[in-house]
Design a protein around this ligand. Sequence first.
Ligand code: 0PR
Length: 401
Amino acid sequence: MKLQNKSLPQKTVLKELELKLKKDFTFTSGKILGSMCSEPHPIARRVYVRYLEKNLGDSGLFPGVTELEKEIVQMLGTLLSNPAATGHIVTGGTEANTLALWAAKRLSKKKNGEVIIPVSAHCSFDKAADILGLKIVKVGLNSKFQVDVAAVKKRLNPNTIAIVGVAGTTGLGVVDPIKELSEIALENNLYLHVDAAFGGFVLPFLRELSYSVPDFDFTLPGVCSITIDPHKMGLAPIPAGGILFRNEEIKKAVAWKVPYLAGGETEQATLVGTRSGASVIAVWALLRHLGVEGYRRIINRCMRLTWKLVDEIKGIEGLEIVTEPVMNVVGLKSKVFDIRKVAHELRIKGWAISLFPGHIRVVVMPHIRWGHIEHFIKDLKEIAKKLGVRKEGEVLAVSSI
Ligand code: 0PR
């Protein structure tokens, strides 16, 4: 499209937009079952549009928002067992993970730094390592789809600078044995980053709901930083990721002095300069409005639906779950059908699901209702029936997992 010469009336533009955006999926339709984002909470939506002009890139201009960000970091730090944690609300998990690896690199004196990550880690670590000139060493998983701790130990070498553990993996919502990783990190003087981009807003509330939750946060002395994203299970509008460092010293490793700003000299410990104050305000409003009680209620509802979904899947011939869910992420596989065909058929029926090598991922986000699950199961049964129908003697395709 070429930028036209003439100005257009706002009404015309809005109409045009409405037409163009009609193709997009909506969370309210209940058809988005494969996303880690959700419909932003109404209070977050309200304050976000009200404070659009706030810019935390020039914090001296907006001391009020700067204070709110500090309070958020304190609240999230408390949630993750360290009220003294320091950090920022950033653009998302990718920026948070990048900042963590950057801190690890700057704190280490090593030249050809290597970072050990599980194969289940999010691709943001590959991106970050590429930018930072670090080598990524990927290790396999155990039978519970957690990082294989013995394999991590085996891959340690003089160039290793950091280890990454995931608390809520992208594909299956699994929590790595962070306690063991913490011990390895302490013994070998390594930086340990925990990616709880998704799980950070789930695990503390599961614990509140009396689920058995392994230690994954700053309680473990080796943990140097944690990613926790409000724009995933926190119900915040995009962009809102979170990076928390154990202490100021670690954060300082990535802090840059910016002396010339309109609001006066400041330090930025984020990748981006100009950044959304509205995002921070929305997160603050959400945390204050929902509190532990509110999030616990939301997680409880998501988990109840997750268990119902799992029960229903177990009743469909040819389909099974990859592993018992730890959080509201369910992996679906088949020993009978090619799971890619199942995903294809689901997409034809309008379902937005995620397809991983060997499994379909369903994320039961807060926008999902029981009716949506029922509808999904009905479609899944139809698909299983359709794919299961075969002529005599024909061999069914076997999925790759
Ligand atoms: N860490 C973990 C564990 C993640 O799952 C993700 C993304 C990230 C880091 C990176 O976060 P940002 O995307 O905020 O940078 N997890 C989702 C995923 O890959 C991202 C997503 C969200 C994808 C919504 C699709 C979608 O509709 O599935």
